[in-house]
Design a binder for this molecule. Structure first.
Ligand code: HEM
Length: 406
């Protein structure tokens, strides 16, 4: 951890969560982490926050991925979860096999500087705004879960259409993630007009940003078309929410083709980034009639959060780090914190309570290499979710926030 935001609230008991962390762990934060910070408007560019680790992942692969298979990754388990409905949507492959396959070198001839331009802008953006990585990772997941990885989340609403981005759950998606995609798109339209899709830009940016935050490099391939539909009404039932039961969550992930193990690995994304106080304030102030605070929250951590979020109804921008032990670093400390009551969101804490997910939490907490490998495989699979490659299903947008015919 290096420079932390000036705006961060340093609380008197800030060392509490740190003291719970294993001081011998190489992943332990070298200095106490702040619990919460006021976050500027989600669409605005937040000021610098936890500095990302430039350390490359041990799993980082300098090689581009071989030609992508439209089949699910062999590392992924297509096994239905016990929670899956008797008649779920296809578990085997969310990617129909008749479509043209994506390719790692898709832009080699048509836009040879594609990777270089992505790399340069991502590096610049993440260095200036270290919260970009977490933002892009969430934006990417929200894009892929709603009608596939097709850049539909990037579309702005207009007088005739309320786009995905304006659904309640997406209002907190951070502006920095959109900003980096738009900057890259502008540069690519100069270099090779009308060639690179916004969906591919979001995919490549997310891959690079995760590595910049210290996480594993996952293989991605390209050739996604941008979708032709973006409707806020498509969100319910396609994105998980904080108030769902574990059965509902596992069923939703199974419906997208993800096993329980892949779900837990993907939740490791909460090792970076923020959550607004309103997302967990019920655990602090309104847990039960006779017990306002969730007893499963680490008591000292809960006190710190209560102090930080006490005015959250007046100041809706207040946030806390998802992983208080090493907020800006992509590592396995999220999983190490969960059994200690440091899971911030209800869904985080549920991972250590449910017998289907707890063994995986324990495994990832004790083995970061395994977590990185499983996370990378699950992200590769996510990047292939319901991608559109047929020109009748999509196109290459001229700008990422509007359809070509708008
Ligand atoms: C049950 C499943 C999940 C639920 C209910 C959930 C919910 C949430 C919520 C409520 C926030 C806080 C948003 C805010 O207040 O700004 C958040 C943040 C985040 N989520 Fe999830 N999430 C889930 C799974 C995932 C997955 C699978 C990924 C990625 C693979 C992911 C990546 C992130 C990231 C990176 C952040 C931090 C965003 C930022 O700092 O701007 N989440 N999530």
């Amino acid at each position: 951890m290096a420079v932390l935001p000036i705006s961060v609230i340093f609380l008197a008991f800030i060392s509490i969560p740190y003291s719970i962390a294993n001081p011998n762990s190489p992943n332990a934060s070298p200095k106490p982490s702040p619990v919460a910070s006021p976050k500027p408007s989600p669409r605005a560019s937040p000021k610098p926050s936890p500095v990302a680790s430039p350390k490359p992942s041990p799993l980082a692969s300098p090689k581009p991925s071989p030609v992508a298979s439209p089949k699910p990754s062999p590392l992924a388990s297509p096994k239905p979860s016990p929670a899956a409905s008797p008649n779920p949507r296809p578990l085997a492959s969310p990617m129909p096999s008749a479509k043209p396959a994506l390719r790692a070198d898709y832009y080699k001839a048509t836009c040879p500087d594609f990777e270089k331009i992505v790399r340069e802008f991502v590096h610049q953006k993440q260095t200036q705004s270290p919260s970009t990585a977490a933002g892009a990772l969430r934006v990417f997941m929200h894009d892929c879960f709603v009608d596939g990885c097709d850049g539909s989340v990037l579309i702005s609403s207009n007088a005739f259409n309320v786009a995905e981005r304006d659904s309640d759950i997406n209002l907190s998606l951070p502006g920095d993630a959109f900003d980096v995609v738009i900057k890259i798109k502008n540069a690519l339209e100069d270099a090779c007009p009308g060639v690179v899709s916004c969906a591919d830009i979001l995919t490549a940016s997310t891959r690079n940003l995760v590595v910049m935050a210290g996480g594993p490099r996952f293989n991605v391939s390209f050739g996604r078309k941008d979708g032709l539909v973006s409707q806020a009404a498509r969100i319910p039932g396609n994105l998980p929410t904080n108030n769902m039961t574990m059965d509902e969550i596992l069923k939703m992930f199974a419906s997208k083709g993800f096993s329980i193990q892949e779900y837990v690995a993907l939740m490791g994304a909460h090792t970076i980034g923020f959550a607004h106080c309103k997302e967990f304030s019920d655990r602090l102030f309104k847990f039960a009639p006779n017990q306002p605070t969730d007893p499963e929250l680490n008591p000292k951590y809960a006190e710190a959060l209560k102090a930080a979020c006490k005015n959250h109804e007046q100041n809706i921008t207040m946030t806390a780090f998802n992983d208080v032990m090493s907020p800006g670093k992509f590592d396995n400390s999220y999983f190490r914190g969960l059994p200690r009551g440091l899971g911030l969101l209800r869904v985080d804490n549920m991972l250590v309570k449910d017998p289907r997910t707890k063994p995986l939490v324990d495994q990832y907490a004790s083995n970061e290499v395994k977590f990185f490998a499983d996370f990378a495989a699950a992200m590769e699979k996510l990047s292939l979710l319901e991608v559109k490659t047929d020109p009748k299903d999509g196109n290459v947008r001229r700008r990422c926030d509007a359809f070509n015919d708008a």
